[in-house]
Design a protein around this ligand. Structure first.
Ligand code: CA
Length: 227
């Protein structure tokens, strides 16, 4: 799986650079925006795994960016950590009401912010941080790439492994073929959506190699979900 991607939205260049430097040092891929409008464009075009969002921004404010992203299905689940000056703190309650997942007041400790980034990603992209994933009798270890079902080790190809990782990170979530293409194959690769069906078929076969129910559900007109 590609490293988690973080979008940094901050109009002060020095702060933006410090955040970018530290996030890249943690192994994340970082995109930057210095105003709210650009942040919306970037986030909707290629939803990142997490957004660090400054409150006071030119053009569209951070709170408005947050509200709009939390209202769109493609970015609703992306964790947002808001940054604000102390004087704006009262307004942060409002920020959390619009769906921000966490916030920090400036001046903040970069180390503390990195810890909160990891906390949010552990919830939204657990496999990227090496956490063991479990669903029913299936366990997946992102570090060793080992998949077990009811105590037996399953053989999965690399694409099926990434597909299963994606499904197991969000049991019950319905993924469209386009979302799976972005997540499993990557944005820059041209693959036909029917390829997704082929690999889901292989994944189902591998998961049921030693018996057990097919845990992958086909949702007509929408895509696939686990459970
Ligand atoms: Ca600002």
């Amino acid at each position: 799986m590609p490293a988690p991607s973080v979008l940094v939205v901050e109009d002060e260049a020095a702060q933006r650079e410090v955040l970018t430097y530290n996030l890249e040092a943690e192994g994340f891929r970082v995109a930057q925006a210095d105003n709210g409008e650009e942040a919306l464009l970037l986030a909707l075009e290629a939803p990142p795994d997490l957004i660090v969002l400054d409150w006071m921004l030119p053009s569209v404010s951070g709170i408005e960016v947050c509200r709009r992203l939390k209202a769109r299905p493609e970015t609703r689940d992306v964790p947002i950590i808001m940054l604000s000056a102390r004087s704006e703190e009262v307004d942060l309650v409002r920020g959390l009401e619009t769906g921000a997942d966490d916030y920090m007041v400036k001046p903040y400790s970069v180390a503390e912010l990195m810890a909160r980034v990891r906390t949010q990603l552990r919830r939204s992209r657990p496999s990227a941080l090496g956490a063991l994933l479990e669903f029913g009798d299936i366990t997946l270890d992102p570090e060793t790439h080992r998949v077990n079902r009811a105590g037996k080790t399953l053989k999965l190809g690399p694409t099926e492994f990434r597909l299963l990782t994606t499904f197991m990170e969000r049991p019950g979530k319905v993924w469209s073929r386009e979302q799976l293409l972005d997540r499993v194959w990557g944005r820059d690769i041209y693959v036909d959506t029917r390829t997704v069906d082929v690999h889901v078929g292989r994944l189902r076969k591998a998961l049921c190699a030693f018996g057990g129910d097919d845990p992958v559900r086909t949702v007509r007109g929408a895509g696939y979900a686990l459970g």
